[in-house]
Ligand binder design. Structure first.
Ligand code: EPU
Length: 417
């Protein structure tokens, strides 16, 4: 296990290129199961989670040809239908193979993910949706088994918006018999990107980007070539990096329209944000002002940016209230930020943050990806040395984070623990 050693107090300056989106690449890769023709993806980030889904797809019988930042997947030889516990427990997004497997092969066995560091994360809505489409669902030894001769189109209203739930059912419905309508569907750009890929594969999908998605099932899907959208959470993390260090950073290769909630919060906090066509410049001359943040599904403020924003608020002038509405227990970074001298009180799903003039470097560790990112940001701004342990969380979702930060002038080093 590696750790990151950060000497804080350097303003980030310069330009950085953002990678392809983890949460768009994962469903796109699962979508290869819907056809026996090759699906080629470009701008695939080199990440732990991408390696995990390649392991899972290979285990199912998919052939994966991995290039520098591309991958070609051929699901012509699939002969296994089980996503084993050891893979699902390291990456919950493994459940994305469920919909495609049942739709194309009529069977799937997927380990139930259970809880994780950000709280209970059930998949009941994925399952009830498939049941509505005619699948028989049963539970055996911690595994969900789904069977169907051919899925049928159905009207499915989600109780709450679920990103991977929408993606799973959208993929399943693409090969179902008849029309499926998903109501209260997720509107995240990653859902839209998956629909764009499915469209290239021959799926008939309408209403993407709205909360009602209509899918007319087809008999077969074909291969396709698709470029994954830029990672909006990586982009947002660098935006906060510029703000928290009083720096000036231009983030290239991003899509500013996916970050409007983050941009407007940062501006409200007194941070400079300038939007280019596919770039964002973010700068700060002094400490940010405290602002209130409430997480919400897209286009609201992303839960995946909450921890990073809290690091910024921990050093802002004044008080802010950060309310987490998407997940039950996504404040594991708070205790670590406290060890760095932050002043934060959590009451229920709200964190009351009183900014301090300077955080103090400390050894810290976090139990999830975005929490770890917030500790790196806090370390960049803190006085002295911060050591962030369990870097494998960051490696799951950020491509070459320390190399990119080094390029912006940070003092950061990876050392074996
Ligand atoms: N939910 C249910 N039942 C379900 C599904 C979800 O009650 O069947 C609830 C969840 O418990 C949660 C809410 O619905 O309270 C939203 O969860 P959602 O299903 O949207 O989350 P997800 O699809 O499992 C994706 C991202 C997460 C991101 C969330 C929210 C991927 C692979 N993961 O998870 O990303 O936080 O959407 O935007 O797309 C990350 O990248 O660090 C990460 C955790």
């Amino acid at each position: 296990m590696d750790k990151l050693v950060i000497k804080g107090g350097v303003s980030l300056r310069g330009e950085v290129e953002v990678s392809g989106a983890k949460n768009a690449a994962l469903p796109a890769m699962a979508a290869c199961l819907l056809t026996d023709a090759p699906v080629s993806l470009e701008r695939v980030p080199r990440l732990g989670d991408v390696r995990t889904i390649i392991t899972l797809l290979s285990h199912l019988g998919v052939r994966a040809d991995v290039g520098q930042d591309s991958v070609t997947l051929r699901a012509a030889g699939v002969d296994q239908f089980e996503a084993p516990y050891r893979l699902v427990k390291t990456m919950r997004a493994s459940v994305l193979v469920l919909g495609p497997l049942v739709a194309r092969f009529g069977r799937a066995r997927v380990s139930l993910p259970g809880g994780c560091a950000i709280g209970p994360r059930p998949i009941n809505l994925h399952l009830s949706g498939l049941e509505k489409m005619g699948a028989e669902i049963s539970l055996d030894a911690g595994y969900v088994e789904a069977k169907a001769s051919r899925l049928k189109g159905a009207r499915i209203a989600f109780d709450v918006q679920t990103v991977t739930g929408t993606e799973n059912l959208m993929m399943a419905a693409s090969l179902a018999d008849g029309v499926t309508v998903l109501e209260n569907a997720a509107c995240e750009p990653e859902v839209t990107d998956l629909a764009a890929l499915l469209g290239r594969m021959g799926a008939r999908i309408d209403g993407v980007g709205t909360s009602t998605i209509t899918i007319e099932g087809v008999e077969n899907l074909q291969g396709a070539l698709h470029e994954v959208i830029p990672d909006r959470i990586e982009t947002g993390t660098f935006m906060v990096g510029a703000a928290i260090t009083g720096g000036d950073v231009t983030i290239n290769g991003c899509l500013p329209r996916h970050l409007e909630a983050v941009s407007s919060k940062l501006q409200e906090a007194g941070v400079g944000v300038e939007e280019g066509d596919r770039s964002l410049r973010v700068w700060a001359d002094g400490p940010a002002h405290g602002v209130h943040v409430r997480t919400h599904p897209y286009p609201g403020f992303a839960t995946d940016m909450q921890a990073q924003m809290m690091a910024l608020m921990a050093t802002a002038e004044g008080t802010s209230v950060i309310t987490e509405t998407v997940f039950d227990n996504r404040f594991t970074h708070v205790n670590e930020l406290l060890r760095m001298g932050a002043n934060i009180k959590v009451v229920g799903n709200a964190a009351f943050v009183r900014g301090v003039p300077r955080l103090l470097g400390a050894p810290v560790m976090a139990t999830d990806l975005r929490a770890s990112a917030s500790l790196v940001l806090a370390g960049l701004a803190a006085s002295g040395v911060t050591t962030v342990s369990r870097v494998y969380h960051l490696d799951r979702g950020y491509e070459a984070l320390e190399r990119k930060l080094l390029g912006l002038g940070a003092s950061i080093e990876r050392v074996p623990e």
